[in-house]
Write a protein that binds this ligand. Structure first.
Ligand code: FAD
Length: 457
């Protein structure tokens, strides 16, 4: 006698190329699939208003993709899933495998409770093209460095997108509190409208970006241009899968396609690192710099958060983040370098701020991105890499357009002058603050601290 199957959606909020949906459909047959999303109050409260809004928008669109049959429940999944299975008579719960430290632990507990009630728990696929933990060195150990990882990741081969099944869908009914939470989340407004959410938004963005793929290699570091895919918020919630992207890239030649594939490999690498080193989420991956001297966060960090450091590209990035939930990739590196190397503050302080404000906030990519900049992560010898916020600004925002857009106090300065208000008589006429530190002196200080830490026994 077939029983319904629950499809518990998490970071896989789409309808196409969805192996777990395929597995649920096969298991349930005519008894049908019950798609459900569980709002876990602990995660919900911890993720900040921008990501709550993005998730709420994505859930609304996803519900429509599932013929308005997506049930939204509220509570601890360890309680919600067994209760839902008992309520509906479901014989199995299907998920996309979660590999973050929190998600993997939670799933193991949910699986145990379900199994003790006689309900199967099946994980199929992951949010990555190649699941974390699979790509290994010839000796079978995890990779520590990106370039050999990316080579092995490419050699592993591109997995084919999953077939789309035709499930019979049933609505298990939403929790009365769910609508209230989602409506409250959608009231949060930013200075710019959020992108179109969910799988249709992701596919539209992807097909638009493919038209510009050839320019990606040259434009990707320019915050003044729309040169990147901006797919990270969609990838974060699984509105589109990297498998789909890689399949579309197959057969496309050129530096743009190659570079884009490399960037996807970074996402996979950091997920792999987090899988093997769960502690690296909030602690230095490499022990070598454990004795590095840091300063406590104080007023200068408040100025960094508010975009009032007196360094135009840093302030433009931090204000763009606060006002829109987005910051261009190159500027993420510049602002992170400023916090860790000019203000000498330990990277988790900045990583927390980014996770609270970025629409694509992702533990693996964010926290390892921070560690890459800080010199505590996967990069071999990055301690001497201190980004110069002035030359970086001039190089990657050559006409000053990005700075003028986000820092109105500098809007009167033409061209690259926006990056160097101190060189112009009217540079500070509109209230822009003077630099809070002397970059050259702080660079020397950062290198001295790194040297001392490296020499320490
Ligand atoms: P594209 O240039 O179009 O790249 C395509 C995809 O490749 C991205 O969507 C992303 O999934 C992946 N990718 C690109 N660069 C990286 C990278 N360096 N590391 C990992 N994946 C990458 N990315 C997040 O998704 N969430 C974060 O919270 C996040 N925080 C970051 C914090 C810091 C300090 C740094 C230096 C980087 C961070 N990144 C993060 C990585 C990267 O900046 C963003 O993925 C990228 O800017 C998103 O823009 P895009 O989608 O237009 O990227």
């Amino acid at each position: 006698m077939p029983t319904p199957a629950i499809l518990w959606l998490r970071r896989d909020l789409r309808r196409h190329d969805h192996p777990a949906l395929g597995a649920a459909t096969a298991a349930a047959g005519r008894a049908g699939v019950l798609p459900v999303f569980v709002i876990d109050p602990t995660l919900w409260e911890g993720c900040g208003p921008v990501r709550r809004r993005w998730l709420a928008d994505t859930l609304r669109v996803t519900s429509a993709l599932y013929d308005d049959k997506l049930a939204i429940r509220v509570g601890d999944p360890r309680d919600v899933l067994p209760a839902l299975a008992a309520e509906t008579g479901a014989g199995s719960v299907h998920v996309t495998r979660e590999t973050t430290p929190f998600g993997a632990r939670r799933d193991a507990e949910v699986a145990e409770r379900l199994r003790s009630a006689g309900v199967d728990f099946t994980a199929t696929g992951t949010p990555y093209a190649i699941g974390p933990g699979i790509v290994r060195t010839q000796g079978g150990t995890p990779f520590q460095v990106f370039t050999p990882f990316s080579r092995a990741w490419r050699d592993h081969g591109r997995p084919a997108p999953a077939q789309d099944p035709k499930p019979t869908l049933h609505d298990a009914g939403s929790h009365p509190h769910a609508d209230e939470l989602l409506s409250a989340a959608t009231e949060f407004e930013l200075a710019e409208p959020l992108p179109d959410a969910g799988e249709p938004g992701a596919l539209a963005r992807w097909s638009d970006f493919l038209e510009r793929l050839d320019d990606y290699d040259t434009d990707r570091d320019r915050p003044d241009l729309d040169g990147t895919s901006r797919l990270s918020p969609y990838l974060k919630l699984g509105a589109i899968h990297p498998r789909t992207l890689l399949a579309d890239l197959a057969g496309r030649q050129g530096p743009g396609a190659e570079k884009f594939e490399t960037e996807l490999a970074w996402r996979e690498f950091y997920a792999d690192v987090l899988h093997h080193h769960p502690r690296s989420a909030w602690h230095d991956l490499r022990d070598g710099l454990a004795v590095l001297a840091y300063d406590d966060p104080g007023e200068q960090v408040d100025a960094w958060r508010a975009g009032r450091t007196g360094f135009p590209i840093v302030d433009a990035g931090m204000r763009q983040l606060a006002r829109t939930g987005w910051m261009a990739g190159r500027v993420r590196m510049i602002t992170a370098s400023f916090l860790t190397k000019d203000l000498h503050v330990w990277w988790p302080v900045g990583a927390r701020h980014f996770l609270d404000h970025l629409i694509d906030g992702d533990l693996a990519s964010n926290n390892h991105g921070w560690q890459w900049v800080a010199g505590t992560g996967t990069d071999a010898a990055p301690y001497f890499r201190v980004f110069n916020p002035i030359t970086q600004g001039i190089r990657f925002d050559p006409d000053g357009a990005y700075v003028r857009r986000w820092v109105p106090e500098l809007a009167h300065l033409p061209g690259r002058a926006a990056h160097e208000p101190w060189k112009h008589d009217d540079g500070y006429d509109h209230g822009y603050p003077e630099p809070i530190v002397d970059h050259a002196a702080e660079r020397r200080e950062a290198l001295a601290r790194y040297d001392a830490a490296k020499r320490s026994p």
